[in-house]
Design a protein around this ligand. Structure first.
Ligand code: DX5
Ligand code: ZN
Length: 218
């Protein structure tokens, strides 16, 4: 099976020291860097855009897993590609032309991801599944870190794993991932875990190492 990927969400890091925080989580055993882009419109919070991602890019060679919580998405895809995104993941709920947007991401030479909110049925994935490299299932309502894991999504993880079959698609989970909840979703078939507060709690490089190990060992 595919090896477990842990993707710390920089949303929970110290934004005044982003470069240092990225290097610390890389040292601590991170596989990808998860970057949460929020526009105050698709979700009720605002974070950062392509210029900040470009500034982070020289601090690591790890893949940048960019989670776009913005609408519209099409006008900004090229800017995120040029800023250094490796995977660009867009919400199925964010616009009427999901198929076109996913195609645009691949045309930019990046891996295309699709993400659905907790209340969105997985059937939306059926007609785009051969156009994606990653499927992300939200286990919180997007917008904020530190929220509680929504357990109803675990059944969805199993159903999406079955839908993926033998396709080379990563199945990622985002929201409320901790050493307690991680085994529920990996048992259901997830192979990539985003974790914000569970990685950055403690605030020191030593804590990050212990926190990532705790999730992996769980
Ligand atoms: C939420 C973001 C998440 C968030 C997860 O909208 O997409 O990536 O940072 O934070 P935790 O792990 O604290 O739930
Ligand atoms: Zn995210």
């Amino acid at each position: 099976e595919r090896p477990l990927i842990i993707a710390p969400s920089m949303l929970a890091s110290d934004f005044a020291r982003l470069g240092e925080e990225i290097r610390a989580v890389e040292q601590a055993g991170a596989d990808w860097i998860h970057l949460d882009v929020m526009d105050g419109h698709f979700v009720p919070n605002i974070t950062f855009g392509p210029d900040v991602i470009r500034a982070m890019r020289p601090h690591t060679k790890l893949p940048f897993d960019v989670h776009l919580m913005i609408a519209p998405v099409d006008p900004y895809l090229e800017a995120f590609a040029k800023a250094g995104a490796d995977i660009i993941t867009i919400h199925a709920e964010a616009g009427p032309h999901l198929h076109r947007s996913l195609q645009a991401i691949r045309q930019l030479g990046k891996k295309a991801g699709v993400v659905i909110n907790p209340a969105t049925p997985e059937s939306v994935l059926e007609y785009v599944i051969d156009r994606v490299d990653l499927i992300l299932l939200m286990t919180v309502n997007p917008g904020f870190g530190g929220q509680a894991f929504i357990p109803e999504v675990v059944d969805k993880v199993s159903r999406v794993r079955a839908l993926i079959g033998h396709r080379p698609i990563d199945l990622e989970i985002d929201g409320g991932v901790t050493p307690e909840t991680a085994p529920l979703v990996t048992a259901a078939g997830a192979n990539a875990l985003v974790a914000g507060s569970a990685v950055f709690k403690g605030g020191s490089p030593e804590a990050y190492t212990a926190n990532i190990a705790a999730i992996r060992d769980a």
